[in-house]
Design a protein around this ligand. Structure first.
Ligand code: GUN
Length: 291
């Protein structure tokens, strides 16, 4: 069994980005610039955005953080997005989700210029991905595809089962894995799927992205399967200093011994997401998606 080290792979990808930024700067090019919009004071969002800003510093990007209080109006936020869309120095920006209930996330995401949508959430980027055109791919699917490629995991003709049909992970994963060149035979499973156990037991590759702690058990996985765990559920623990621990969607102790490759939680898919965002920003600064 090979443990897929997302932390190390993310560091390698960030080092590659940093090297390219140095090269761009040495040639007199523009420093890549990412902005993040953060509304309110949600603990999780604060942590994620702080990590994104710190990662920008690490690879030599310029970063801008724009904050609003919880009571910001949709109109104020849309005005801000309009300004960011027309800021020529800015290569990309993200609006950290979730947003307060009185603001439509759909409207906000739709207002972002797809050329600057480095989160890959805009319907234009989603549509381009589905059509097989160059597009910004959202962070988690991009990170998983990168792990699969960098660990030379065989995909052509393999049976791949994706569990969970969310817009940001399961559904895009099902599309990326079935793309020409990757060539998996994909089954997308969800809460209404019948015989899930039997379907999983036939899978060469399983992407567990349903958000239920330790859902995938040993008996659901065949010998030699590749298992990618996207889950992160925080549960109380008396064994950790913080009093909390993170659980994936996979019952690791049962599943890992049967696998050829598996991602741990934490330290698997999670660390890849920030590197993916930086990579999209670099692509944007080089105009590589929308030429
Ligand atoms: N909230 C949780 N994950 C993400 C993400 O990748 N992007 C944004 N904008 N918000 C998030």
């Amino acid at each position: 069994m090979i443990l897929i080290d997302g932390k190390k792979t993310s560091e390698i990808l960030q080092a590659e980005i940093a090297e390219e930024v140095l090269l761009i700067k040495s040639r007199g090019g523009k420093t890549p610039h990412l902005a993040a919009v953060l509304v309110g004071h949600d603990g999780g969002s604060e942590t994620y955005v702080a990590a994104k800003v710190k990662a920008c510093d690490r690879v030599g990007f310029k970063s801008t953080l724009i904050r609003f209080e919880d009571n910001v109006t949709e109109e104020e936020l849309l005005n801000c997005i309009g300004q960011l869309n027309s800021d020529a120095d800015l290569d990309g920006f993200i609006v950290q989700l979730p947003l307060p209930k009185h603001i439509s996330e759909e409207k906000i995401v739709a207002a972002i210029n797809p050329h600057k949508d480095v989160d890959g959430f805009h319907p234009v980027n989603v549509g381009r991905m589905v059509a097989g055109l160059p597009a910004f791919i959202s962070a988690t699917p991009f990170g998983i595809m990168e792990l699969i490629k960098r660990y030379n995991i065989a995909t052509s003709g393999k049976n791949c089962v994706v569990i969970g049909r969310s817009n940001i992970v399961g559904r895009p994963m099902s599309i990326l894995l079935s793309q020409k060149g990757i060539d998996c035979t994909v089954t997308l499973c969800h809460s209404r799927t019948k015989n899930l156990k039997a379907i999983c037991a036939e899978a060469d590759i399983i992407i567990a992205a349903l958000g239920m702690a330790e859902f995938l058990t040993g008996e659901m996985v065949k010998e030699g399967a590749v298992v990618i765990d996207v889950g992160i559920t925080r549960v109380k623990s008396d064994k950790t200093k913080s009093g909390w621990k993170l659980l994936g969607d996979v019952k690791f102790d049962e599943v890992a011994p049967k696998c050829s490759y598996i991602t741990p939680v934490p330290g698997g898919v999670g660390p890849m997401t920030i590197a993916s965002l930086l990579y999209n920003t670099l692509l944007s600064s080089k105009n590589e998606i929308y030429k």
